[in-house]
Design a binder for this molecule. Structure first.
Ligand code: GLU
Length: 449
């Protein structure tokens, strides 16, 4: 029993009973339901219409076999998923994750969060997520291509520019999107904006690659500005070394901060003189190698085995940009003890509930994922607009729109937190601000029966 309200706790109990062995999904739903007490007091009509009972149940779950042939001619089988969670305010929208840890519960947690995140962007996008337990690490280009083609051979019948628009997530970047888009186009004989994160030669948007990381810094900047502070002269620790981490580091540096650490699932690098991003981009984007290679180029930098040690490095700002539950209560206490003033989540649900509690109780500015990493899907939304217009905007135009979207997300989140009695709690603020638009729409659409 952890929601004080009996009605909300009843929903939580049902979610756990109906979805056993899905701890990440339970965690994501619980965090949202715990924010809703002041909402149902103010809006009894949502209870009457069963809005919350409905929002925790995906509209549709697709689970499928993905067979492919490896370089040795051996047949391999993975499992594919697409969870079409909520289409109240727009076509389902959300990334595809290829990682061995993927299972139905992980995709459901991600799809559930996506509903609120997408709503917060202000753009017309519903929530969805998909992926596979396929591990692109160590696979040849040919193997990745054959896997992507097989994955799309089933997925294509469930998606479309006005139905469901997938994109990238962990393990899915420009290469994978290219192979999937190619297969989609072959099967449909149509050139539409059905995937986002596409290459720039076939309908991709400028700034999409940078968007999640840049957006995370723009959101952090808003939190700092509200306190009369900025990135200037700050020491920043960023976990991860994928797309989100690299471009969060780039923007933090542009805003005058020193980024001293990055990581991958094996360990972390610490460069007290400041991380050289050209080296990181060469290692990660060109060579697809592990982050420990960095110390071969910069002898003064250190490499440490074990990624969670990254949070022991003293910093002013921490940006967890790796994966779910990577930052626990102990790590949060260490960050606070070392003087950390702001944390913004570039990854999805990287802080455990215990960690979030530590940050909120100690006055650390905390930007939850739904708000702080919404820049990625926001620029995906802008990619959809450009595809519909059959036009493309300049880097500066997209970046400006992204900045405005992140400013609005901060404004709506902090205002909702205040209005509903939780000033400065952006977890509650983001959950409520994201929910209200979806709830109003579900109410307007009525119940189909
Ligand atoms: N996977 C990203 C996210 O977690 C982006 C999704 C998208 O662009 O559709 O929001």
């Amino acid at each position: 029993m952890e929601c004080k309200n009996a009605y909300l706790q009843g929903i939580m109990d049902k979610v756990i009973a109906k979805n056993p062995a899905e701890p990440e999904f339970h965690q994501a739903v619980k965090e949202v339901l715990q924010s809703f007490e002041p909402v149902i007091e103010k809006h009894p009509e949502y209870v009457e219409a069963g809005i919350i009972d409905r929002i925790v149940e995906p509209e549709r779950v697709i689970m499928f076999r993905v067979p492919w042939v490896d370089d040795n001619g051996k047949v391999q089988v993975n499992r594919g998923f697409r969870v079409q969670f909520n289409s109240a305010i727009g076509p389902y929208k959300g990334g595809l994750r290829f990682h061995p840890s993927v299972n139905l519960g992980v995709i459901k947690f991600l799809g559930f969060e996506q509903i609120f995140k997408n709503s917060l962007t202000g753009l017309p996008m519903g929530g969805g997520k998909g992926g596979s337990d396929f591990d692109p690490k160590g696979k040849s280009d040919g193997e990745v291509m054959r896997f992507c083609q097989s994955f799309m051979t089933e997925l294509f019948r469930h998606i479309g520019p006005d139905t469901d628009v997938p994109a990238g997530d962990m393990g899915v970047g420009a290469r994978e999107i290219g192979y999937m888009y190619g297969q989609y186009k072959r099967l449909r004989n149509e050139f539409t904006g059905t995937l986002t994160g596409k290459g720039l030669t076939y309908g991709g948007s400028l700034v999409r690659k940078e968007a999640t990381g840049y957006g995370c810094c723009y959101f952090t900047q808003e939190m700092l500005n509200a306190k009369g502070d900025s990135f200037e002269g700050k020491t920043v620790v960023i976990s991860g070394s994928g797309n989100v981490a690299i471009y969060a580091a780039e923007k933090a540096q542009q805003l005058g901060a020193k980024v001293v650490a990055l990581s991958d699932s094996n360990g972390y690098i610490y460069d007290k003189e400041g991380i050289k991003l050209d080296t990181v981009k060469k290692i990660k984007e060109v060579e697809r190698k592990r982050i420990k290679e960095y110390v071969n180029y910069h002898q003064n930098a250190e490499y440490h085995e074990g990624s969670s040690g990254i949070w022991t490095i003293p910093c002013d700002i921490a940006l967890p940009c790796a994966t779910q539950n990577e930052l626990d209560g102990e790590a949060a206490k260490t960050l606070v003890k070392n003087g950390c003033i702001a944390v913004a989540e570039g990854a999805n649900m990287p802080s455990t509930p215990e960690a979030i509690e530590v940050f909120l109780n100690n006055g650390v500015l905390f930007g939850p994922a739904k708000a702080a990493n919404a820049g990625g899907v926001a620029v995906s939304g802008l990619e959809m607009s450009q595809n519909s217009l059959r036009y493309s905007w300049s880097f500066e135009e997209v970046d400006e729109k992204l900045k405005n979207i992140m400013k609005n997300i901060y404004k709506n989140t902090s205002e909702a937190a205040k209005e509903y009695g939780h000033e400065n709690n952006f977890v509650v603020g983001a959950n409520i601000a994201g929910f209200l638009k979806v709830a109003e729409t579900m109410l307007a659409h009525g119940v189909a029966y």
